[in-house]
Design a protein around this ligand. Structure first.
Ligand code: 0GY
Length: 306
């Protein structure tokens, strides 16, 4: 018997039928932040999850990859699957080497399991501090995980709300592996890009040269919202100065991804084609685009191919 999952009330499903981007991605571009959800009948969602999504399968992710013009994916374990990485690993293994994974592991994860994940294509773990998504693990447990993964050459993806950064920064800087920050540390884009909050975030990136940043999720950070559906493709203008600032100062440490299938959006579901068209507004030169979309993610996830 298979389990039937009932979606969280008001859950917005991903947008089927995204437009073709106007921006042509450089050859070998990597979608460095995306997820799979289930399908729940095959890969049940975790009992401790904070939301129940609609299904978003590996086949649908790979179809989106091809439609948008990406070559590869980095598939990040979604919190609705807890520390059961089966769906993510299944997708990575089915990609024929064109995907890497970011896992969620508990402090008591075995060495055999870490090795198995590495062989499957996992190259990091995610530490999530967003309280609406997870019961945050104690710092000692996270530090133990960091020590365990360091010998594998993995990194840690960190996800937090901007107002929590001041109390988390010292912990982040004490971790023994490279860090990748999700979604620019979730800035409040109604505040000035030169103001103390975003400057504090930039200081984190300045503190060590192995802290990377995903300049992602304008659809999640925006206050002005998506463009009107009138052919206008200049979406999410309020997030542009933030993305551009990070790309300009750290061109060799930025990554970009769709965040498909866009969990927990409540206002609107983005057209992924429009999201791709947002990229040249923050990475304005061909050189920046090549670094953001190809060279940087290849260095982090497929260094053996360089
Ligand atoms: C994202 C953002 C979110 C959710 C998750 O794993 C997740 O559930 O990452 C969010 O709700 O902000 O990066 O997909």
């Amino acid at each position: 018997m298979t389990t039937q999952f009932v979606k969280t009330p008001g859950w917005l499903d991903w947008y089927d039928g995204p437009s073709k981007p106007t921006f042509v991605l450089p050859a070998g571009a990597v979608d460095a932040h995306c997820h799979v959800f289930g399908p729940g009948a095959e890969f049940p969602f975790a009992p401790e999850r904070k939301y129940t999504p609609g299904d978003a399968s590996k086949a649908q992710l790979f179809a989106l990859r091809d439609h948008l013009g990406f070559d590869r994916n980095v598939i990040v374990q979604a919190t609705c699957h807890g520390a059961d990485n089966s769906a993510m690993v299944d997708a990575v293994q089915a990609s024929g080497g064109r995907a890497r994974g970011i896992a969620t592991v508990r402090p008591d994860v075995g060495d055999d399991e870490l090795r198995r994940l590495h062989e499957a294509g996992v190259r990091g773990v995610r530490f999530n501090f967003v309280k609406r998504l997870v019961d945050v693990l104690p710092m000692e447990g996270l530090r133990h995980v960091a020590d365990r993964i360091a010998p594998l050459g993995w990194h840690i993806v960190i996800y937090f709300e901007s107002h929590d950064l001041p109390e988390l920064a010292d912990f982040f800087l004490s971790l023994p592996v490279p860090l990748v920050v999700d979604h620019m540390g979730r800035p409040d884009v109604t505040k000035p890009v030169d103001g103390p909050e975003f400057s504090g975030f930039l200081d984190l990136l300045r503190a060590k040269d192995d802290i990377w940043c995903k300049v992602t999720c304008p659809e999640r950070l925006t206050v002005v919202g998506p463009p009107a559906l009138d052919g206008e493709r200049t979406a999410y203008s309020d997030v542009v100065p933030f993305g551009r600032r990070v790309v300009e100062e750290f061109p060799d440490r930025v990554l970009w991804g769709t965040d498909w299938p866009h969990p927990n959006l409540t206002d609107h579901m983005p057209d992924d084609g429009l999201l791709v068209d947002w990229i040249p507004r923050i990475a304005t030169t061909a050189e920046q685009q090549q670094a953001l979309l190809v060279d940087n993610p290849m260095r982090l996830y497929w260094p053996e191919e360089l």
